[in-house]
Design a binder for this molecule. Structure first.
Ligand code: TYD
Ligand code: MG
Length: 451
């Protein structure tokens, strides 16, 4: 067998014949590690296929099993598909093992056979965690093992419906000589689990740790190999976690579920809007509630702004948390140009309360109102909510799903909404007839209706 070695970037998977201090592909330093590329024999476990006419292709009946966590099913596209491989990525300590233990526990309670393989924790440690999560005597098997070939052998013998591998970075294949966690190992592990998954028609979950902010390191290079990619994110200092789909071959993406970590594991939050608003201060200037859409669901969140005179004349601060920095800078420029405010001597901080990240332009108007409310030191009525995209000339542009947003606000007791005029004419107001709706065409109009 011929084997040659090459240097692989552990951040992005870039392959170089010689060592480099800095990866030319992703720009990270000291990420290239020498890995021996063994010529893995092309072992095709699928039968050779012939070309086929479109009309002769049979529609695949996807058998799905629902997880015991109601909020998780939409993220998976309506439950897990048998014979699919799901990758769950997230920072260490975010709750990936906890989530999958709970999922396995619930499957086992439904009578399905589940196998949970841990390369990270001993059986004793799993026992302790299981006690907290209330694991019972269901059909749930555990295996503490790091050798992939042995794991697959056990799995094939046991033939479970659900297979969890925790984590992809701690397991290694003896076919390769590089250490566990390297890119080539991670790929090989995913490959073998993929083949096992398809051959045995099990639902498999791979857990992958994110090593750096924003990059799935090794696991990033697997996204194309697996059927579903889920990310588990959250601030360490907040109790809530957001699970969202990044890729799903069997359903829509951008659905999300919000969980709270408690003493008995993760609990899905069934009313996220109420959760994110529960600590909102009443009658404080600089705070406004916006209706945003996350996945297919509406979500109400509080946007906070603080404007205070700067110590850094000539270079005042612009800080945003949970919002796009450049978008907020643009909105501040619009406020200066169109409304005559000046932030030249001011630091401006804009924050999404609760640690969520929002990328939707429908929050634009909310950001502007929060900032102006702070400057004028005038609070927004607590039962008012806003949404609308703002264009460069200060015009308010329509956004998608206005009624969905308004209904969510209505169900939480909001009485007034400021929204794009263009949206106002395009839906029936029956369900929310007691809400006062203010349609606006530009920021000037929006602010004069408030202040
Ligand atoms: P874990 O699931 O091990 O995270 P990951 O597998 O993503 O690395 O657990 C995350 C944290 O949650 C850990 O610090 C302990 C805590 N935790 C609870 O607060 N309550 C619980 O019931 C459990 C099981 C864990
Ligand atoms: Mg873990």
């Amino acid at each position: 067998m011929k084997s040659k070695s090459s240097f692989i970037c552990q951040n992005c998977g870039f392959n170089s014949p010689k060592w480099l201090g800095r990866c030319p592909n992703c720009g990270e330093w000291n990420t290239l590690i020498e890995e021996v590329e063994e010529a893995v024999d092309a072992e095709f476990s699928f039968p050779p296929s012939d070309p086929i006419l479109y009309k002769d292709i049979k529609e695949a009946k996807r058998e799905r099993i629902k997880t015991g966590i109601k909020e998780l099913n939409p993220v998976l596209g309506g439950g897990v598909v048998l014979g699919s491989l799901v990758l769950i990525g997230g920072e260490p300590g975010i709750g990936k093992s906890t989530l999958l233990l709970q999922v396995s526990r619930d499957f086992a309670a439904q009578g399905e056979k589940a196998l949970y393989v841990s390369g990270e924790e001993s059986l004793e440690q799993i026992k302790v965690r299981g006690e907290r999560l209330g694991l019972k005597n269901g059909n749930l098997y555990f295996l503490a093992e790091t050798n992939l070939e042995r794991i697959i052998t056990h799995a094939e013998k046991l033939n479970p419906k659900i297979f969890v591998l925790d984590s992809i970075q701690t397991v290694f294949s003896s076919k390769l000589s590089s250490g566990p966690g390297t890119i080539s190992q991670v790929r090989e592990v995913a490959n073998q689990v993929f083949r096992f998954t398809k051959k045995s028609q099990v639902s498999s979950f791979l857990i992958g740790h994110i090593t750096k902010v924003g990059s799935l390191a090794g696991p990033k290079s697997l996204e194309h190999m697996v059927d579903v990619v889920l990310y588990f994110e959250g601030e360490r200092d907040h109790s809530h976690r957001v699970l969202r789909a990044l890729k799903n071959r069997f359903g829509p993406v951008s659905e999300l579920a919000i969980f709270e970590m408690g003493s008995r594991g993760l609990k899905a939050i069934s009313n996220p809007s109420a959760f994110f608003l529960k600590e909102r201060p009443a009658d404080e200037a600089g705070s406004v509630v916006v209706c945003t859409i996350k996945g297919s669901r509406p979500l109400l969140v509080e946007i906070q702004a603080l404007v205070s005179s700067t110590l850094f004349t000539g270079n005042p601060r612009r800080m945003t948390i949970g919002l796009d920095h450049f978008r907020v800078a643009m909105l501040l420029a619009i406020v200066e140009k169109k409304l005559g405010f000046s932030f030249a001597g001011e630091d401006v901080y804009v924050n999404v309360a609760g640690g969520l990240a929002i990328a939707e332009p429908a929050t634009d108007l909310g950001v502007i109102i929060a900032v102006v409310s702070c400057v004028k030191n005038k609070a927004i009525p607590p039962d008012m909510t806003v949404f609308g995209e703002v264009g460069l000339s200060g015009e308010i542009r329509s956004v998608s799903q206005p009624l969905t947003r308004l209904k969510e606000a209505h169900s939480l007791g909001f009485k007034t909404a400021i929204l794009p005029q263009g949206n106002l004419d395009h839906f029936k107001k029956e369900d929310i007839s007691d809400m006062k709706l203010l349609g606006v065409q530009n920021v000037k109009q929006a602010l004069s209706s408030l202040f």
